[in-house]
Write a protein of this length. Structure first.
Lengths: 81, 710
């Protein structure tokens, strides 16, 4: 990958322990659920853990760890740090 | 008629406790109310209504524990309840005060809900819980800044809910809650005229209540048809985008909250990361190994510890019914009490040790924060079968007993995944199947070792457990394709910080779950026990009388005690054969013959519906082994001697025994489970479907096994 410092992607592509800044939550019926939990543009998230074989991903957001499935994580647009 | 005047009771104030999930809300509720809790139902949903009383300085306060929620936008059943209680139109039902519990480490998420409560115009006080954990994480909170911004009283407590608890009691006692005008201006998002109109129509006290009504009133079936239609027409008239308004509201609210949090929270960088434990517990290999080991430990404990109280309960009810039958005059009523009602109640009570212990362990796993990790680990493996990560809890419980398993399925938010979980959980091999398996395996599987290490009997037993697991996943997979649901499945769970379990909460969970089971499912179980008793003790009178008369003659002619005992055993066997159940057993014989069963086994299949382990005692009665069924060897020997009069071969040959075991592995033969499924699904539809499909599965699998082996 060329310049990973300014790379834009979705949260399901964040490598483990890497941090990223949320840019936008994509439109979907789950958008409001994600926002309620605190996934808001401007926040920093870190991938804490990832379950094997495409299982859920656990993100660190503020002081909490939140687990999402890959499909939900793909709704979060981020910029890798 | 003179008018009756009742002295008006002083109504005790009602206080609702609300908060995000995992903030220690229930701990505070438990500390305030102790054993005075009452569990009821909200109409139409399976969410438990938890209320309790707090007595303080001579006054009483009613406390309501609302389910954890992130917002007042109802997504799950839990959130619908929180939404409904707080938006209650009926003033009498609405809580006067709301105590909102916030996790000090998750301030902004907590304030999101708190500010919604402010906007609803509720009398509010905030509790910043887990202050000690925040300190440990180097987070300092200036409560005064929050107070300045919100204007509602704020207290702080520690994670165990001990420190600061007296302050909470004082606050409630002095009704030190306060109502603020509003936090955000909802008119920024929604047309003011529309809100004013809704507010006027439903006599609401502010525009945010009007917004909530507009947003959710149409879907809430507790409102009248006309009101819902009115809201619907208004929405169509103004061409109003509800979802967009909600997103807009969320953004505005979080923007204002972020400004407060920036002022109120001072965070020094955290030096030690707490992810060390997760490195092991969520490890792609060790994570699963550890989970397996914990399960093994729990089952070991349940089988070892629960059997002691279970034997005591069993013995107590047996001797109690013996005592009653001696104390009361002989007659139908006495025999109904001693053979129908007392064993029926005993049959309910006997499950308490298992249910209580299983829920105790589940509460510990939940409270320490481990359970969410299990959901995280298992979700990937459950999803292809139409199940959810959260389905693992019911399935695992099912190995001990399906009843707590089905009860635990209510945590699954998605309707389809919840129904599938409830439908397949009873296929897990529960402990009631064990006595049946043990007798039959002992009969046909030699006690030998293969390859020097594996005991054949143990291998057979393990095979039966695996058969249950295979049944679960195959059935779930089929149901996934049959059931239709618009609802999108998703997983959003918090993995909370690890901590030691709070024992009071664990004990109260055990107590409350057992109580719910006894009082809710107990009624159905008792009713079915009585019906089964009637069917087993009555038959066509002339036949029954003839058997009794014949026995009388024989007893008079008998010379020794042993002879009398033998005659009595024979008589009870004859009586059972000719009872209504016996007649039913004969009636189903043509249907079960291809499975290798005779009508005697047919009787046992019918009585097993009370509970699977009844198979053993029924078999004992049919083959007149006598009351002492403790001795498995005698039963085994007797069964081994049974010869089929037509073929001259053993009745319990390998093919029949395996066919029976497979039948017991799959058949729905537990009225207690059915009663619980009825309670959890709010109707007879699903328990009926479950009985039909499981019986069909059992029948055809047993047929296949018998035809292959014989």
């Amino acid at each position: 990958m060329a310049n990973s410092n300014t790379m834009f992607t979705t949260a399901d592509f964040i490598p483990v322990t890497r941090a990223a800044i949320i840019q936008e939550i994509l439109d979907s019926p789950l958008k409001i659920n994600l926002m309620e939990l605190g996934f808001l543009p401007g926040k920093t998230i870190t991938l804490h853990h990832s379950a094997p074989l495409g299982g859920p991903m656990a993100f660190k957001l503020d002081e909490s760890i939140l687990a999402l499935r890959k499909t939900e994580a793909s709704l979060i647009e981020v910029q890798l740090l | 008629m003179p008018e009756l005047t009742t002295p008006s009771l002083v109504k005790s104030p009602k206080i609702a406790i609300i908060g995000n999930p995992n903030v220690g809300k229930s701990t505070i509720f438990n500390q305030l109310t102790g054993l005075s809790q009452k569990i009821g139902n909200y109409p139409g949903v399976t969410v438990d209504k938890k209320t309790g009383w707090m007595h303080y300085h001579g006054s009483s306060y009613e406390i309501i524990d609302l389910p954890g929620t992130y917002s007042l936008y109802p997504n799950s059943e839990d959130e619908i309840i929180a939404h409904r209680v707080l938006n209650q139109l009926n003033e009498l039902e609405r809580p006067e005060f709301v105590l909102m519990v916030i996790d000090s480490c998750q301030l902004s998420r907590g304030l999101f809900l708190a500010t919604q409560l402010i906007d609803l115009g509720l009398n509010l006080a905030l509790v910043l819980n887990m202050a000690d954990i925040a300190t440990r994480k180097n987070i300092a909170i200036k409560s005064f800044e929050i107070f300045k911004a919100l204007g509602v009283p704020i207290l702080s407590t520690d994670a165990r809910g001990e420190k600061g608890l007296d302050q909470i009691r004082e606050l409630i006692h002095h009704q030190n809650f306060s109502k603020k005008s509003s936090f955000i201006t909802i008119e920024e998002v929604v047309d003011a005229n529309l809100l004013a109109e809704v507010q006027k129509k439903f006599k609401l006290s502010n525009s945010y209540q009007a917004y909530q009504m507009l947003r959710f009133g149409e879907k809430d079936k507790t409102y009248s048809q006309e009101d819902r239609a009115w809201i619907k027409s208004k929405l169509a008239e103004t061409n109003f985008d509800l979802e967009k308004s909600q997103l807009e509201e969320t953004k505005i609210r979080y923007r204002k909250i972020t400004a407060i949090v920036e002022k109120a929270v001072v965070k020094t960088p955290d030096i030690k990361q707490e992810s060390g434990i997760d490195k092991i517990l969520l490890h792609p290999v060790f994570g699963y190994v550890i989970f397996g080991a914990i399960l093994l430990l729990i089952f070991q404990a349940i089988f070892a510890w629960a059997s002691v109280p279970m034997d005591l309960i069993d013995g107590f009810f047996a001797s109690f019914s013996g005592w009653v039958s001696n104390a009361l005059p002989e007659g139908v009523l006495t025999s109904l009490i001693t053979e129908g009602i007392i064993p029926g109640i005993g049959g309910v009570v006997i499950f308490i040790p298992q249910i209580a212990m299983l829920f105790g362990f589940l509460a510990i796993l939940e409270d320490t924060g481990y359970m969410s990790r299990v959901v995280f680990l298992m979700d990937r493996w459950m999803r292809p079968f139409g199940l959810h990560g959260k389905s693992i809890v019911p399935l695992v419980s099912g190995v001990a007993c399906a009843i707590p398993g089905v009860m635990a399925a209510r945590n699954i938010g998605n309707w389809k995944e919840k129904i599938i979980t409830i439908m397949v959980t009873p296929l897990m091999s529960c402990s009631a199947r064990l006595p049946v398996y043990i007798i039959l395996i002992g009969l046909v599987v030699p006690d030998e070792f293969i390859l020097g290490i594996f005991n054949l009997q143990a291998v057979a037993l393990l095979g039966l457990y695996l058969l249950g697991v295979v049944g679960v996943f195959m059935t779930a997979f089929v149901m996934k394709h049959i059931l239709k649901s618009e609802e999108k499945s998703f997983l959003m769970v918090e993995l909370p910080t690890y901590r030691a379990p709070r024992w009071l909460d664990v004990l109260l969970t055990m107590y409350n779950k057992s109580k719910t089971f006894v009082f809710e499912a107990g009624k159905v179980i008792l009713a079915i026990s009585i019906i089964l008793w009637v069917l087993a003790s009555y038959g066509p009178p002339e036949r029954m009388d003839a058997i009794r008369a014949e026995a009388q003659v024989k007893v008079e002619a008998a010379t020794s005690e042993e002879q009398i005992a033998e005659i009595e055993n024979e008589t009870s066997s004859h009586l059972l054969e000719n009872s209504f159940i016996g007649i039913m057993g004969r009636a189903i014989e043509p249907a079960i013959k291809p499975l290798g069963y005779d009508w005697k086994i047919g009787i046992a299949l019918i009585t097993s519906f009370a509970a699977r382990e009844v198979f053993v005692s029924t078999i004992a009665t049919i083959y007149s082994i006598g009351a002492d069924t403790e001795d498995e060897l005698t039963i085994r020997e007797k069964l081994n001697q049974q010869i089929n009069p037509e073929t001259g071969e053993k009745v319990y040959n390998t093919a029949t025994a395996f066919s029976l075991m497979v039948f017991y592995a799959f058949a729905m033969q537990c009225m207690s489970t059915l009663a619980v499924v009825y309670r959890e699904t709010k109707g007879w539809k699903w328990p009926l479907i479950q009985t039909v499909y499981m019986t069909a599965l059992a029948y055809f699998s047993a047929l296949l096994v018998y035809q292959i082996l014989s």
